[in-house]
Design a protein around this ligand. Sequence first.
Ligand code: FE
Length: 287
Amino acid sequence: MSTFTETIKQSRGIERIVEGVATSDGAGVSLTRVLTGRLQQRLDPFLMLDAFGSDNPDEYIAGFPDHPHRGFETVTYMLAGRMRHRDSAGHEGLLENGAVQWMTAGRGVIHSEIPEQEDGVMEGFQLWLNLPAANKMAKPWYKDFASNAIPEYVTEQGVTVRVIAGSSNGVAGAVTREVTEPIYLDVHLPQGRTFATALPDSHNAFIYVYRGSVVVEGSAVEQQRMGILDNAAGSDGVRIAAADDARFILVAGKPLHESIVQYGPFVMNTQEQIHQALDDYRNGRFN
Ligand code: FE
């Protein structure tokens, strides 16, 4: 499908470049935490973005054994590799090359995410999307989208866009969410080409460049960097040019403006609700 992109009258610019923090999670998976706790207010409704990518099995093989979540959604986008998911709500799925897993933890799930490969590259992202206070205790939900179930379009400039959530240039994505109205795109931008997409001006938004580098309104965003897009009044979208062959994700959502209290894998609105989550988890009420 070839799509003519909407004309953007005024593009957002880059407010800040974020490098991310090298860390380890699960049973010893090396990753870069790009969206950390201190950016949760600024990038409301997004709580976390981890980028993982390695061809060294020692850095991923142990995976993420059983652990709980409550109060938000996890979106895992697997660029390369194979990961098996199992959870306490009875869901199981294999996530591989180009697939997306969308999990609403809601009132609570315990799940594991374990690699099903002994060598080769494992690369992808995990994004945490907050739930509105009214939905934090919703029933858990889960869906796997194989790569060919992710809507994709190619622009007249030869830009390939995979629409994981929300919509872009008239193409609806795999997942739609009310309240936070998330937009999640994976954009493959050939050198010298430009990509534009509309973004509601209320949305907080960022890009993360995982190949090559791009330029947004004169500001460069290099590989393995997040560029937080400004919320300039009157802007109607973003225009992004490729300095060389580039791939990036673009993530945007409408802020909730609710208090965020996080304790590890639990993200609620109050300290009391965190105590409740711990109590429920320790007493087996997550199943
Ligand atoms: Fe998890």
